[in-house]
Design a protein around this ligand. Sequence first.
Ligand code: G6P
Ligand code: ZN
Length: 543
Amino acid sequence: MVTTRIPTTPFSDQRPGTSGLRKKVSVFQQPRYVENFIQSIFDNVKGAEGATLVIGGDGRFFNDSVVQTAIKMAAANGFGRVLVGQRGLLSTPAASCVIRKHKAIGGLVLSASHNPGGPDGDFGIKFNMSHGGPAPESFTESVFKRASAITEYKIVEGPDLDLNRIGPARAGNMVVEVIDPVADYAELMEQLIDFEKIADLFRSGFRMRFDALSAITGPYAKAILEGRLGAPEGTVVNGEPKPDFGGHHPDPNPVHAHDLMELMLGPDAPDFGAASDGDGDRNMIVARGLFVTPSDSLAILASHAHLAPGYAKGLAGVARSMPTSRAADRVARKLGINFFETPTGWKFFANLLDAGLITLCGEESAGTGSNHIREKDGLWAVLLWLNILAVTRKPADQIVREHWAAFGRDYYTRHDYEDLETAPANDLMNALREKLPTLPGRRFGGLTVQSCDDFAYHDPVDGSVTPKQGIRIHFAEDARAVFRLSGTGTSGATLRVYLERFEPSIDRHDLPTAEVLAPVVQAANEIAEIEARTGRSAPSVVT
Ligand code: G6P
Ligand code: ZN
């Protein structure tokens, strides 16, 4: 195969967001669009010559074609070896695991995570560093800079590789190894989680449903839950990854995973329910009759993690993203371990994990993870829950209620206003920012503003400061409202309003969330003038 240099001109919109470059499939399908972006990444990888690169994606529409392009470009850019998942598949956590285990220089992860797929859906390309986690902003900014001035890309010409067969192949001078996408990941899980105990639990008649939403976790969940842990066949539903996710919106929340919710809240609920997203890094946990918020799940995992072999020595610390509820903070305080509050975006956990300051971390957006990789990990969270259930032999809802009894309950909800026009959404945030100094002491919806700020993160490891990460309003009544604009959308703007209220009293742990949070919702709407500024009288999604 010969390397050719193809002249190109820049696209102006290749600035990676919260999690890589995410756009409509039709945008990626423009001639040279994918090539420009991948070349801009490769131009920023130091030491590519002879190094190992991992490539894989969540199997969504266009995955197969971009995998082939990426391999041919890797060969032309001097990489020594590419590890690619069979059929081009790798879940995001598996990609992180493979990068670390095989000491790769990094990896290209092809995914738009929980965004819908198919020809009219979204696609995405993200670069992960040698630690297995998403590239930091300094890297993505310099990719953007390169992409804005690119003049040529390099590719080897030749036929597509057969990625169906596991084993070695070649592209130009480069070795390509087609790997089993599940094997390395399953081996890692076995080191962290007590597989024996969970197998006993299933043998005792425990039943669960795992809804893979026709996305990437199907093969992983089938191999581990049904294959190794002995869960009955049929435990995993929607287990075949499909290019359009079978029409599912692959975001594991009560709205989009409604079939699972209906089952778990109905009379025939099994003992435990779980789901994961498009690329396998998010998780949803449902006890019988009770949805477990990701914020609660993080806190509960933190207080029980020592029951799993991988965490038996205890945790160094816990971190959560700023809009995530404060439930984990209380656990950290009780355990006497480190605690950190980071901006939204998994990449902010990497430094804390690398420095050994934390062991677990999580986000309200359904991501939970640990120091085993540098991505959040959907199936890992489910397995850690199972490990806890297997050791305690308590029903999941009892675990949650006991947690609330011990620590208090954080009622929590998120209101999303999707597809807003960008200008009024930015105006809303700017107006809110300007108003901040005037808010303390004022009353809204019956609550009194105690303090407020625009969250800035001071990274304790590298000293960097990341400003403007969301507006926080604390109310004297131990309630909080947080406002930020989504960084993962592909059209218009999405305003996220995170609402929570702490309730210490056990007599008040069984109230409807909407009722408890009604005053916080009202206060948030008044303060941000949501209806007047967006024309929306209600959010598009409430989770
Ligand atoms: C991605 C990141 C998460 C982050 C989420 C926020 O999923 O991996 O770490 O929490 O985006 O999304 P948003 O749309 O709120 O910016
Ligand atoms: Zn995801």
